[in-house]
Ligand binder design. Structure first.
Ligand SMILES: [Zn+2]
Length: 788
């Protein structure tokens, strides 16, 4: 949609007006308490803007051709057509048809240029003042995210789990969320011998228990009796809770909920009641949010970002046209490795819908046949067996089919998230969901545990497919964590191919209306208090301590398309939030972030693993969701709305924020497959991966992740090299341990460009990663140089 700002006339994009390029002044105007950003412009980029730009672009192109002005480059800059000199767009090494476009000699020759855009010295800079202002505001947005990532310890090396005995202590200046920064000097990591001089890791090597299988192994059914001794060597170490080491308490350290609804950590070394760790307050967060919103909804900024993104996508097309045959040749040279045996992680899948329908149906039928007398539920004052439940539904095992189960969300759920939620109920019956798909029920989640084990076995048999399952903590009661941890530990739900994420559904309004809670603070307390307790003294919740070692992060979920009404000029703190309305997304995310940040700092202090924030964002709803996630989150799920917010998309590109996309899920709910921006995002160079979301509702086959790759390959015509790159991205985004990532991607997977690639493991051609790395370096250099 067009910008409603009257000063920002559509013509202004051509000659960028400096006042528009200046970020909003935040120094004054804040009057204590919480300040709510009131957006005048959502930052959305509508159809009209795009058409208008296209027309302007065409006009300018004609003018440029007709003009005899030798300073054509400058005209182009002013018009926002391109920010990079033409010579850099068509790099000779990309155009060359030499056997390898990125031979080492060329690299050393062009070393002076690496990491720097080839533009003249500042005084003759082609950037106008207006462009500089825009680029500086981008730079400020980048450092804002850095601030949040740093305080919450979500970067590589911040987590004691990253330290596998080989990782050195990383300089905080070069560490970022998904690896070493693309513009960092990595010579110390790559030149032989110099690695010994790097500072040693302060942590003892992280031990994965049960131990992962050795590099070469074949799946063997785990049915024969376990012999002591060397089963660990054979990759069959079984999980035994008693073998887990449970450390004691942290003397002198304590924690408490402050008046702003954030758990703070204190120690008794004389610093009094001052929190040990300093996390941005909610006021600071909303001001930062407002700043980024101001930047991305500025007209000229949108135009510039849009053009950069177009340029990046076209540049990839050009790279691919010229290097396709070389890529294929490089991949053919790799022995053994192909699409099927590169490691893939399903970076976004909800545990209770992780099995497909056929699997669930088979399971229900087998239970009805084999154990019809299991007492499974308590209803209207009496206990009911499985047979009685089905009798009350008027169904026999024979009559059950996929059609009667009715859990596919293909036809009637488009833009109906409410209907989609009902699809979790087999045969439309919430009591069957309660019996088969819940962890906390009369049978203590026994059926779901059995089902989960079957899905785990399938994954282990496939060997190369891994999952990060989301499982819910609702925040209704404090004992939810212990129940969940006991369910995992007692049922031994451990698999080499599975790690867990905790999803917190944003259901404040539901709990409030049924009286489970009084204020929003109750949710904060129920979700976070047990985590601080177990960090202070793991013996208070031993199962939880053990379970948390396999938890990689947090997610927050709900229907994003719900309207968020602003009832308050200033948001009340959680202890005062007692209206019937749920707080907006940005408020939820702050409280997740702030509490996780303090928790992480304490856990790192203790040598325990830390967590990342990987929420659902940008599936539907307001742009503000994506901005909150940009500031606070390690990576996101969905992100399809970034296609409408070019400036924010550009920031996601520059920071390489992971986006776990699920086009089949979007196709059923929010956006048809062919309009999904996955292909454009991938070409632009955003850090995207493919994930399934809900195989129970969307997929047909036994291998839903392969189904996802397969459909994308068909519809978007992804070549093998791109599928391999997607798979590599998925491992990098995932929370699997450093030791495993090294085995799956290469010893130095976290280094940028080809330095981090081992084609024999990933099947991604080096030239592809060199291209991505150089392109990103140029963009970053452009943004950074603007301030000179
Ligand atoms: Zn999801």
């Amino acid at each position: 949609m067009a910008s409603p700002d009257p000063q920002n006339t559509p013509n202004s994009f051509g000659g960028i007006i400096s006042s528009q390029g200046t970020p909003p002044d935040l120094s004054g105007g804040s009057n204590g308490g919480l300040h709510i950003p009131i957006s005048n412009d959502s930052g959305f980029y509508g159809y009209n803007d795009e058409k208008h730009l296209q027309h302007m672009g065409e006009k300018l192109f004609v003018q440029r051709r007709a003009s005899t002005n030798s300073d054509a480059g400058r005209v182009a800059f002013r018009s926002g057509l391109t920010m990079t000199p033409v010579t850099s767009v068509i790099e000779p090494n990309i155009l060359s048809m030499a056997t390898s476009p990125f031979v080492k000699e060329e690299e050393s020759k062009s070393e002076a240029n690496t990491g720097q855009i080839s533009h003249p010295a500042p005084d003759t800079s082609p950037f106008t003042q207006e462009c500089s202002n825009i680029l500086q505001s981008f730079d400020k947005c980048l450092s804002l995210r850095d601030k949040y990532m740093q305080v919450s310890l979500q970067r590589l090396g911040d987590n004691p789990r990253d330290h596998d005995g080989h990782l050195h202590e990383l300089d905080p200046k070069i560490a970022d969320v998904s690896g070493v920064r693309p513009d960092a000097d990595i010579s110390a990591y790559t030149s032989p011998g110099s690695e010994d001089k790097l500072p040693k890791s302060p942590y003892k090597p992280w031990r994965i228990y049960p131990k992962p299988p050795p590099p070469h192994w074949h799946w063997i059914a785990n049915t024969e009796p376990v012999h002591g001794g060397d089963e660990a060597e054979a990759g069959k170490e079984d999980f035994v809770f008693e073998k887990c080491e449970i450390p004691g308490g942290h003397d002198g350290w304590s924690f408490g909920l402050d008046e702003m609804g954030v758990y703070q950590v204190y120690n008794s070394d004389g610093s009094g009641r001052k929190p040990v760790f300093k996390i941005p307050t909610i006021k600071e967060y909303f001001l930062d949010l407002e700043f980024v919103l101001g930047v991305i909804s500025n007209g000229p900024t949108k135009s510039l970002a849009y053009r950069r993104l177009q340029y990046l996508a076209s540049k990839f097309d050009m790279y691919y046209l010229l290097n396709e045959y070389q890529e294929v040749a490089d991949m053919k040279k790799v022995p053994h490795r192909d699409f099927y045996n590169v490691r893939k992680v399903d970076t976004h899948v909800h545990h209770s819908s992780s099995m497909n329908q056929k699997h669930l149906l088979r399971f229900i039928k087998s239970k009805m046949k084999r154990t019809p007398d299991d007492v499974v539920t308590f209803r209207d004052g009496k206990h009911l067996t499985l047979a009685e439940v089905f009798a009350s539904l008027g169904l026999s095992a024979y009559e059950l089919s996929i059609d009667t189960l009715d859990m596919h969300a293909h036809q009637d759920s488009f833009h109906r998230f409410d209907k989609f939620n009902l699809k979790y109920n087999p045969i439309g019956e919430s009591r069957l969901r309660e019996i088969f798909l819940k962890t906390d029920n009369l049978i203590e989640g026994r059926y779901l545990a059995e089902l989960t084990k079957e899905v785990m076995t399938d994954l282990e048999q496939s060997k190369y497919q891994n999952c990060e399952w989301r499982i819910s903590i609702y925040g209704r009661q404090e004992d939810e964590w212990d129940k969940l941890a006991k369910w995992i530990v007692n049922n031994k739900l451990y698999s080499h191919n599975v790690r867990w994420l905790i999803q917190v559904p944003r259901l404040y309004d539901v709990y409030k209306s049924n009286g489970s809670i009084d204020t929003f603070e109750d949710i904060v307390r129920n979700v976070f208090k047990p985590l601080f307790e177990v960090t202070r003294d793991p013996l208070t919740h031993p199962e939880l301590h053990v379970f948390l070692q396999r938890v990689v992060g947090f997610d927050t979920v709900d229907d994003e398309s719900k309207t968020e009404r602003r009832y308050h000029k200033k948001f009340p703190y959680p202890r005062l939030w007692d209206t019937t309305q749920s707080p907006p997304y940005s408020y939820w995310l702050y409280y997740m972030f702030a509490n996780i940040a303090n928790l992480n700092n304490w856990r790192r202090e203790r040598g325990f693993n830390t967590f990342v924030l990987r929420p659902h964002a940008g599936e539907a709803g307001d742009t503000e969701h994506l901005i909150s996630a940009y500031l606070t989150s390690h990576s996101i799920s969905h992100g399809i709305l970034l296609r409408k917010v070019p400036a924010l998309q550009y920031l996601f590109y520059l920071k390489q924020i992971g986006i776990a996309m699920s086009p089949l899920s979007n196709n059923a709910l929010f956006l048809t497959y062919e309009r999904n921006p996955l292909k454009e995002f991938f070409k632009t160079g955003l850090n995207v991966s493919l994930s399934t979301d809900d195989p129970l509702q969307f997929h047909f086959t036994k291998e839903p992740l392969l189904e996802e790759y397969s459909v994308a390959a068909h519809i978007y015509k992804f070549p093998q090299s791109s599928l391999a790159e997607l798979a590599r991205n998925s491992v990098i985004q995932s929370g699997f341990e450093m030791e495993l990532k090294r085995h799956w991607l290469g010893q130095h997977w976290y280094l940028p460009g080809d330095a981090g690639n081992e084609i024999t493991k990933t099947n991604v051609p080096n030239s592809r990663l060199v291209f991505r790395h150089r392109t990103l370096q140029e963009e970053l250099a452009m943004v950074r140089c603007s301030g000179l």
